[in-house]
Ligand binder design. Structure first.
Ligand SMILES: Cc1cc2nc3c(=O)[nH]c(=O)nc-3n(C[C@H](O)[C@H](O)[C@H](O)COP(=O)(O)O)c2cc1C
Length: 189
């Protein structure tokens, strides 16, 4: 039993590959979710490339499911890799769909968090910064602090993709507690 208020968080990893470090980081977050928080993953594999012509005929089923899941969540946790110093297309494309239609988009007024992992020393920092910038236009409430940049991430998960680094786990737990509090600030507001 817990007195913590229920908070529904949707987790989205911006990589499609099975052995993705960012999908592994999202799985770790799901395991470490604090009392009261339900964190569920949405797989972006079924979200096609954005096409305004297709959109005019109605959202494809994968997009509709994604937008509905965002709408039902109190907050969305974006777990982003970094590609060529930016947000990978898989992640940006999903965000572009979810930013539509303007003024009635599921991302509008939605509390969001960003974390990410990379084998490099910078731990997805530049990808995260770009994503944060996009949330200005979608009018999403992006949690400013804390931040999680999992650097040298390939050393922090075992072969099965389980988080083995205790320090990362400790920061991840604290991050999720902060995200729960952040989401509650906006609920019903
Ligand atoms: C096209 C491409 C570009 C990349 N560019 C960067 C980069 O700019 N910075 C970085 O830290 N890692 C970069 N990487 C390495 C990725 O961080 C690494 O492949 C990571 O494991 C991808 O995330 P994932 O494991 O969740 O799939 C790049 C990888 C690819 C495939």
């Amino acid at each position: 039993m817990t007195d913590a208020p229920a908070v529904r968080v949707l987790g989205v990893a911006g990589s499609l590959r099975k052995a993705s470090l960012n999908r592994a980081l999202l799985r770790a977050a799901i395991e470490l979710a604090p009392p009261g928080m339900t964190l569920t993953a949405f797989d972006l594999a079924e979200v096609p490339l954005y096409n305004g012509d297709v959109e005019q005929g109605g959202d494809p089923s994968g997009v509709a499911a994604f937008k509905q899941a965002i709408g039902e969540a109190d907050a969305v946790l974006f777990v982003t890799p970094e590609y060529n110093h930016g947000v990978p297309g898989v992640m940006k494309n999903a965000l572009d769909w979810a930013s539509r239609p303007p003024r009635a988009a599921p991302l509008g007024g939605k509390p969001v968090g960003i974390i990410g992992a990379s084998p490099s020393a910078t731990g997805s920092a530049r990808g995260q910064s770009q994503l944060r910038q996009a949330f200005e236009f979608t009018n999403s409430y992006c949690m400013p602090q804390p931040e999680i940049l999992v650097f040298r991430a390939h050393e922090k998960f075992d072969e099965a993709g389980r988080l083995t680094d205790e320090t990362t786990g400790k920061y991840l737990r604290a991050y999720l507690e902060a995200l729960a509090a952040w989401a509650l600030r906006f609920r019903g507001g």
